[in-house]
Design a protein around this ligand. Structure first.
Ligand code: PMP
Length: 398
């Protein structure tokens, strides 16, 4: 349909996005999520999904979802506070709390909604309080603070002197909430949680960590960044997603029982958007059970990560400060990163995303690779070889 008249501005906006190189092309997968996927009829090695443990198409998880459809149907039918709470939701909340070694957890329909709901409920406009937010926090955290309407101050990436300075400036405020990503998704670097917790204790601040990329990856059995640093009960709120390592969809926040009870009374996506669907909840329960029982997949993920990152570093690539499977292959130049992504896809059958401005600062363009436990060493060797070949062909590698 051609847009006309009152909607002309949409066409103009789309053209503007294209002109600025910000228009996103959506690739359509014709197969299940996994180490290899079919895109536009072509089988390509998938190096850009967050399915870290390969659970998205795991047979036990698929079976759990099918069983739940037969027992509970496909829809939850209402918001959680009306008629949408099924025994499955309660079971998953209990299992997640136990997995994270916390008293309680609250489920949301996505990680995005978890941040939006929890953050906006913890501090509201007009209260005597402030958010202290890390510079590179995820968009859902930023949107949560916007929905709250309470004031915020941004501290510099990983800069504890700056956080201390900002805590000092706001020390008389009643509520001080430090909000940070645990793992930063474009670089794979980690928030210095032990230092953050120490400052929080000093200034009596609340700590809220987004562990979207930490769970299933860091800590014992993939319990996440808090477990990795052994800071249980020192971090007040641990937010997680069920869409990455867990391979499903949904999000949650874990923490002290009364605080979680409070979020169930106050968090807007919990109150005003229908509950997670039964097959998704059952699938997530199966995913948590798999991780509780065995850390084999987490170990495989790390083995693959070390293999890929060593191979690329040996070729001379700069992978920044990653401490995680997120592997930013720094190419710096925006056009070169776009060229790498296109040629990896067209010439080497490798599906890998270029990350450019404005997602990252100008001059820091990169290809972001994400190995998973489902990749084989042969798969990853293909990637290393392709980066060697293409690096030489483009003159990037000398
Ligand atoms: N936080 C971070 C750090 C993320 O990377 C993401 C996903 N991109 C989210 C939150 C949102 O999670 P979900 O995709 O489950 O909505």
């Amino acid at each position: 349909m051609v847009l006309m008249g009152k909607l002309d501005w949409i066409k103009e906006e789309l053209e503007e996005l294209k002109k600025k190189g910000l228009y996103v092309t959506i690739r359509v997968l014709q197969s299940a999520q996994g180490p290899w996927v079919v895109v536009n009829g072509k089988r390509v090695l998938n190096m850009c999904s967050n399915n870290y443990l390969g659970l998205a198409a795991h047979p036990k998880i698929k079976e759990a979802a099918i069983r739940a459809i037969l027992d509970y149907g496909v829809g939850a039918g209402a918001v959680r506070t009306i008629a949408g709470t099924m025994e499955l939701h309660v079971e998953l909340e209990e299992k997640l709390a136990k997995f994270k070694k916390r008293e309680a957890a609250i489920l949301f329909q996505s990680g995005y909604n978890a941040n939006l709901g929890a953050i906006s409920a913890l501090l509201r406009k007009g209260e005597d309080g402030i958010f202290l937010s890390e510079e590179l926090n995820h968009a859902s955290i930023i949107d949560g603070m916007r929905l709250s309407g309470a004031p915020k101050v941004i501290y510099k990436h990983l800069d504890m002197d700056d956080l201390k300075k900002k805590l000092e400036e706001n020390k008389d405020k009643k509520k001080k909430i430090i909000v940070t990503d645990g793992v930063f998704s474009m670089d794979g670097d980690l928030a210095p949680l032990p230092e953050i917790v120490e400052l929080a204790e000093q200034y009596d601040a609340i700590v809220y960590v987004d562990d979207a990329h930490g769970e299933g990856v860091l800590g014992s059995h993939g319990r996440g960044i808090v477990d990795h640093f052994n800071l249980h009960d020192k971090v007040d709120f641990e937010m997680g997603t069920l869409s990455k390592a867990f391979g499903v969809i949904g999000g949650y926040v874990a923490g002290p029982e009364e605080a979680i009870e409070y979020l169930k009374q106050r968090a807007r996506p919990f109150l005003f958007s229908s509950a997670m669907n039964p097959p998704d909840v059952a699938a997530a329960i199966a995913a948590v059970e798999i991780l509780q029982k065995s850390d084999d997949l987490v170990k495989k993920l790390w083995d693959n990560t070390h293999f890929l990152q060593k191979g690329l570093r040996d070729l001379g690539y700069d992978l920044g400060n990653t401490k995680h499977p997120i592997t930013p292959v720094m190419l710096y130049d925006e056009k070169l990163a776009q060229e790498f992504s296109r040629r990896l896809y067209e010439e080497y059958n490798i599906f890998a995303q270029a990350i450019v401005y404005p997602t990252v600062p100008l001059g820091t363009a990169r290809i972001r690779l994400e190995p998973s436990a489902a990749h084989t060493k042969e798969d990853l060797k293909l990637v290393i070889d392709a980066f060697e070949d293409l690096g030489k062909k483009t003159g990037f590698l000398k």
